[in-house]
Structures are given as structure tokens and as C-alpha cells.
Design a protein around this ligand. Structure first.
Ligand code: HEM
Length: 391
């Protein structure tokens, strides 16, 4: 067995959250599994170990394990994200089919229309905040799709961000977010109990399935949280990341203008290069080893999607943003049994936005200093001043 190297820095300070890549690089250099003394877990900063861990969901468990703190792990009980084995498969089967590309055909026209009108309005204004541009699209589509009632929509962004923040360690950032995350859970429980969900939506369908005895009514709130909580901040990360990267790499934007068939590859490269989700954890079910490092039963391992996606041993010129590369094997949407159930929708939204931009915009210019938001899990801009120059 190899002695495990220790990484002494706290990777969840504000500085580390705002500038994570030097930490990831140092951790990758230290070894395939690195002990984080601050967080009492083994971090996996390289690509092969992240992939192998995500694909072995018998040995690396999600129940009571995805967050780096016990409080949030308790709150996440009953979700697809935080369940294992047959229970996980059962929960996933109840909802995930509604987000497959075929099922999403029903919303794809609405997504395209919304993307077109958002871009049209932005072009008319000239200078815009790329975060506002990105926010309008998922907010217009996802709450109706999932079934969120008309009221309390103004809280959705803050509640969604909080539900990610609490998945980190129990630092000040998570503690500040906790009341908002709890408010969201309480509101969802009430909405489900009062059956106030949008008719025909995903959760409406779930409630009818519960009436028919397919699942318990008590299962429905956690499943609603499962799909509403990750549906906003994630795409509100990916779309501004796309705008920023294409604005600061005009030659890549030009390639995309000349060949829109590159869009699916560009979406993969955007999610590889600036992965919206930093890392989630797993718990080891028995004594094991990862690349020669002994990991005792019950230990937590941190799967670092964003670091794996910049691993120099996996990616040729990992630090270069290149929409022409084959980035399809990136880990930005996870991998294995828990791979993102909403990636079809995320791809649809990002693609619609890029298509609308290609149609109407000649150049994207980043004007002024962009700011990053502080969140334990999500890497996204807080503000992204842009000028869109019409074609
Ligand atoms: C760019 C946008 C997105 C990114 C980067 C992303 C990323 C991820 C990642 C990395 C995981 C794996 C979690 C794990 O390994 O434990 C995941 C799971 C999940 N995502 Fe996403 N996601 C995105 C958008 C969405 C959207 C729009 C929805 C819902 C509408 C969604 C719903 C889910 C669900 C339900 C799971 C849990 C799946 C399971 O445990 O079986 N995601 N996502």
C-alpha cells in the first residue's frame, strides 16, 4: 500500500472557491487519492479514480454520503441523488424518463422560443449581464415542467443555490444557506400535501402514480426536490460559462459560426472546461484501496468532477478551451448509476441559447470585470457584463 499524501489547505475557503484550479493541480500532482485533513475525507483529483468510483456504486455509496456534513446528508434522505441500489433504481425510474430527449420534445419549441426572445431583447439592449440572460430561460421552462406552483417562484433561485451550498462541509457558507434550504423543503412538503402542483407536470404525474399505489405519497416531496433543486443554478452556470468562454476565445466563436454542427461538442467542452459542479462525496462500504491507497470502511471519498475534467494525463492540452476536441467523456454530468438525470434538459437549454446567439449575434464582448458567485458546490458567475454585437 502507498502512504497517502496530505493536502493541508482548505479547498472550501472563499479564495479557494473563487480560484480553485491551482488547488486542483497541486492535488493531482500529490497523488491519485489525497487526504484532506480539514474535511476528514480522501479526495480523488484525477480522472481515472473519479470515473472508477462513480461506476462502482456497490462499493461507493451515496445514501447519507453525498454531502460533506451529516446534517445535509440527513436532509437529503429519500432523494434519488442520496440513495443506493434497488431503492435508487426505483426512484430514478419514476421520474428520469420525463427528461429523456424524446420526452423533452414537448418543451423543446418553448425552450427555442424563449432563447430567441431572450437573445433578441439582449441584442436590442446591447450591453447585458450574461447571468440575467441565462436565468430567464430555465426559470421560464423548468418550474412548469417539474410542477412548482405559481407562488414562491421568486425564492427559487436563492433556495436552489442554498440546496447546493449545504452539500459542502458545514462551513459558514453552508450554515448561512441552511435556513433557505430548510424553507424549500418545508414549502415543497406543503405543496405536495395540498396537491398544488402544476397540472400535467412531472410531480402531478407522480401524485397520480401514488394514488394508484405505485409509490408512497410520502416519497413525492423528496422527488420534487430532486428535480427542482438542481435544475436552475446548474444551467445558470453553464450558459454564462459558454458566453464568457466564447467571448474571450473569439476564434472558437468564429469556428462555431462557420460550423454550427460543432454545437454538441462545444457544450461538452464548456462543461468540461468550467464544470458547474465542483465535487460530491461517496462513502466506502468495506475496506478497500484506490490506486494503492488503503481506504477504510466508512470513510468518505470526494469525487472531484471539475479537477478530473482538467487532468493533464487524461486530456491533451487540458488547460486549452477547444470546441473541436472530443470532450464527450468529461465527468461534468457525473458518470455511472447517478449520472445527471437532467442532462438532456441542460443540453437542450444550452444548445437553444447557442443557436439563438449564432443566429443574431456577430460578436460577444466581455466588457468589465466578471464576478464569480461563492457557493460550496456550484461554480458560476454572479455577474458577467457583456456586449452583444448584432450580426
Ligand atoms: C449543466 C447542467 C447540469 C450539470 C453540470 C449537472 C451535473 C450533475 C452531476 C455531476 C450529477 C451527479 C451526482 C452524483 O454523482 O452523485 C447530477 C445528478 C443529477 N442531476 Fe444534474 N446537472 C445539471 C443539470 C440538471 C438539471 C437541469 C436537472 C433536472 C431538471 C438535474 C437533475 C439531476 C438529478 C435528479 C440527479 C441525480 C441523479 C441520480 O442520483 O440518479 N441536473 N447532475
Amino acid at each position: 500500500m502507498t502512504t497517502v499524501a496530505e493536502y493541508p489547505a482548505n479547498i472550501y475557503t472563499t479564495d479557494a472557491i473563487l480560484n480553485p484550479y491551482p488547488h486542483y493541480q497541486r492535488m493531482r500532482r500529490l497523488g491519485p487519492a489525497v487526504w484532506l485533513n480539514r474535511h476528514k475525507c480522501f479526495a480523488l483529483p484525477r480522472y481515472p479514480e473519479c470515473k472508477a468510483t462513480l461506476r462502482d456504486d456497490q462499493q461507493f455509496l451515496s445514501d447519507h454520503s453525498v454531502a460533506l456534513n451529516a446534517l445535509c446528508n440527513r436532509l437529503s434522505r429519500g432523494t434519488t441523488l442520496a440513495s443506493d441500489g434497488d431503492e435508487h433504481a426505483r426512484r430514478r425510474k419514476l421520474v428520469a424518463h420525463r427528461l429523456l430527449p424524446r420526452a423533452l420534445r414537448g418543451v423543446s419549441d418553448a425552450v427555442d422560443d424563449q432563447a430567441r426572445s431572450v437573445v433578441e431583447a439582449a441584442v436590442a439592449r446591447g450591453t447585458v449581464d450574461g447571468v440575467d440572460l441565462a436565468t430567464a430561460l430555465p426559470l421560464a421552462v423548468v418550474p412548469d415542467l417539474v410542477g412548482w406552483p405559481r407562488d414562491q417562484r421568486e425564492h427559487l433561485l436563492a433556495w436552489g443555490a442554498a440546496s447546493f451550498d449545504i452539500l459542502g462541509p458545514l462551513n459558514w457558507q453552508a450554515i448561512k444557506a441552511l435556513p433557505r434550504a430548510v424553507q424549500m423543503v418545508r414549502f415543497v412538503r406543503r405543496v405536495v400535501a395540498e396537491r398544488r402542483v402544476v397540472p400535467g407536470s412531472i410531480v402531478d404525474e407522480l401524485l397520480h402514480a401514488a394514488d394508484d399505489g405505485v409509490l408512497a405519497h410520502d416519497d413525492c416531496p423528496a422527488l420534487m426536490i430532486d428535480y427542482i433543486a438542481p435544475s436552475l443554478d446548474t444551467t445558470i452556470s453553464a450558459i454564462p460559462n459558454a458566453l464568457y468562454l466564447l467571448g474571450t476565445h473569439p476564434e472558437q466563436w468564429q469556428r462555431l459560426k462557420e460550423d454550427p454542427a460543432l454545437i454538441p461538442g462545444a457544450v461538452n467542452e464548456i462543461v468540461r472546461y468550467e464544470s458547474p459542479l465542483r465535487a460530491f462525496a461517496r462513502r466506502v462500504s468495506c475496506d478497500t484501496e484506490i490506486a494503492g491507497v488503503a481506504i477504510p470502511s466508512g470513510a468518505q471519498v470526494l469525487v472531484m468532477y471539475a479537477s478530473a475534467n482538467r487532468d493533464e494525463d487524461e486530456w491533451d492540452r487540458a488547460e486549452v478551451f477547444d470546441i473541436g476536441r472530443d470532450a464527450g467523456r468529461h465527468m461534468g454530468f457525473g458518470n455511472g448509476a447517478h449520472a445527471c438525470a437532467g442532462q438532456g434538459l441542460a443540453r437542450l437549454e444550452t444548445t437553444a441559447m447557442l443557436q439563438a446567439l449564432l443566429r443574431r449575434v456577430d460578436r460577444i464582448e466581455v466588457v468589465g470585470e466578471p464576478e464569480w458567485a461563492v457557493n460550496n458546490i456550484i461554480r458560476r458567475h454572479r455577474r458577467l457584463p457583456l456586449r452583444l454585437i448584432a450580426a
